[in-house]
Design a protein around this ligand. Structure first.
Ligand SMILES: Cc1cc2nc3c(=O)[nH]c(=O)nc-3n(C[C@H](O)[C@H](O)[C@H](O)COP(=O)(O)OP(=O)(O)OC[C@H]3O[C@@H](n4cnc5c(N)ncnc54)[C@H](O)[C@@H]3O)c2cc1C
Length: 498
């Protein structure tokens, strides 16, 4: 028997993807999605602004406050693109483009940007040569030394590659993806492919990477011709940004008469009655009694709506820290080119740690226009009057905060960020045409060592007791924070309910 009524809590990428796939799986089941904000999409927040370049031409510029680019390896996303008919909105960045091949570090205490090698031969001419040679030497000649229990990415990299590669390369990577401290992040939860490589290489990660993975995909995805479209693609986005996906999911759900999308309504409590039925109460003083529930809320938010004692408490919901960040979008005139072509740069953890007075807490900067210029164009009335080679204004995004927690409570001025940008690039940075700062509180969970075991324990509790598998808990804090992970979790939810 299909469920009678499913409630999906949270209208971010995970909740919307869950609702979409549940409607496909249970086409006659009533479904209610509850989202506390008026806008659906969670952290996917794309916005168009009109900016006049220095010749006075108005341009429509797409800015992202949240996710901006996706890797084509997430089949669940390719499937959504196919099923929602979004193929023509996709912008692809080929593997040969500078935005795919050129990434930089700004190493505190040094001047300018240090290019990251993009191939094995380029390691030899790189100024990071000694770091990479240290990493190769350590990993090739050290015996297998994996501990019995899960460890942090920093501990993994130090164990295999050495301290300096762990700090310079590992901490930068984690700043760019999780806005977190690599010493806190579980390698097993966040980078399982590194452990797989270590297994294949009998201890050596590099040897393992050189041996092809034997793992095969058991799931089948309805991707149409999207996988072929993504061949030779490094990353991709959409002409109107990542909100294209959430807007298309919402539109699709609105087309079903038995689906109710309730926005601007926050969940206040989740209970189970003596007859086993769920009872959800909302900020609109409504009581909803679904037979099945999917929580796609951040885990501490789920904890807040559960009773604080008794059989309905759930383990581990507040175990992991959650990073907060400031995301700053700048738009500059296109007449001055002031940064190199490439994806952008990351800044590793300073040698003295995060708590250094005067450190602005910048984690990295993305040169958005290099990858995503196709999102921007003159506003329609001006399209025909422009020279063919006219370029849209240049957009750049800085991210700060995360492990630099002190920075989050301090005011940061645009001027100070621009002078840091100028120092990092060793170039004069022009006055911006537009600047916007977003304060994202508790936006990126950091799965700490032991996360997968804790989540397995949570799942076990949900399968028994009063829950009997009728509440499923998914989202960025459970199974991975990338957009692909969130969509995949939504795709898999409720499989045991038929
Ligand atoms: C700045 C930033 C940049 C990122 N960049 C990338 C990227 O480039 N590529 C990539 O793959 N990933 C990226 N990510 C990660 C990815 O975007 C997120 O992990 C993902 O969007 C999380 O989706 P979610 O639905 O699980 O959570 P959320 O988006 O947090 O959704 C949860 C929803 O629940 C709602 N809610 C909370 N409490 C209640 C309540 N009581 N009642 C009702 N509703 C409630 C919230 O309002 C929210 O809409 C980025 C994330 C951030 C923050």
């Amino acid at each position: 028997m299909p469920p009678r009524h499913i409630a999906v809590l949270g209208g971010g990428l995970t909740g919307l993807s869950a609702a979409f796939h549940l409607v496909r799986r249970f086409p006659t089941t009533k479904l209610t999605l509850l989202e506390q904000k008026y806008q659906l999409g969670g952290w996917a927040q794309s916005e168009r602004v009109e900016v006049r370049d220095d010749a006075g031409t108005p341009y429509s510029i797409l800015l992202e406050a949240g996710p901006r680019t996706l890797r084509p390896n997430a089949n669940s996303m390719l499937e959504l693109i196919h099923l929602l008919g979004l193929k023509d909105s996709v912008i692809r960045i080929p593997k040969t483009a500078p935005a795919a091949r050129r990434r930089f570090l700004h190493i505190p205490g040094t001047k300018g940007l240090t290019p990251l090698p993009s191939s094995i031969p380029s390691v030899l001419s790189s100024s990071l040569r000694s770091t990479f040679i240290e990493a190769f030497r350590n990993d090739f000649f050290r015996r297998g030394n994996r501990p019995d229990s899960d460890e942090s990415l920093d501990s993994f990299m130090t164990r295999r590659f050495g301290e300096s590669p762990a700090r310079l390369l590992g901490s930068s990577l984690v700043h760019g993806i999780y806005a977190a401290d690599s010493r806190l992040l579980s390698v097993r939860a966040a980078f399982p492919s590194l452990l797989d490589a270590e297994d294949r290489g009998n201890g050596s990660v590099i040897r393992g990477m050189l041996r092809a993975s034997q793992k095969s995909e058991h799931e089948t995805y309805d991707v149409g011709d999207i996988r072929a479209l993504m061949e030779y693609t490094s990353v991709y986005s959409f002409r109107d940004g990542l909100s294209t996906i959430t807007a298309a999911l919402a539109e699709c759900l609105k087309g079903h008469s038995h689906v109710r999308l309730q926005t601007g309504i926050s969940l206040k409590s989740l209970n189970i009655n003596t007859d086993g039925s769920f009872e959800l109460s909302t900020s609109a003083n409504e009581t909803i009694r679904p037979t099945h529930v999917v929580s796609a809320l951040p885990l501490p938010k789920l904890q807040a709506i559960l009773p604080s004692a008794g059989s309905l408490t759930l383990p581990h919901l507040t175990h992991n820290p959650i990073s907060s960040v400031k995301v700053v979008n700048f738009v500059f005139p296109s007449s001055t080119s002031f940064h190199p072509a490439g994806f952008g740069y990351l800044i590793p953890r300073p040698e003295g740690g995060y708590d250094v007075p005067g450190n602005p807490g910048i984690l990295g900067t993305v040169f958005d226009s290099c990858a995503l210029e196709a999102q921007d164009s003159p506003t329609s009335a001006f399209t025909n009057t422009l020279e063919n080679n006219a370029r849209p204004p240049i957009k750049v995004t800085m991210m700060l905060g995360g492990p630099y927690s002190r920075v989050l409570s301090e005011d940061v001025s645009f001027d100070s960020l621009l002078s840091h940008l100028s120092a990092h690039l060793q170039r004069v940075v022009p006055d911006p045409l537009h600047a916007r700062m977003h304060h994202h509180k508790d936006c990126l969970p950091t799965p700490t060592p032991g996360h997968l075991t804790r989540m397995a324990e949570l799942k076990e509790v949900l399968e028994g007791g009063p829950w009997q598998g009728r509440l499923e808990v998914i989202g960025a804090g459970v199974g991975g924070a990338s957009v692909g992970d969130c969509v995949e979790a939504g795709r898999r939810v409720g499989r045991a309910w038929s």
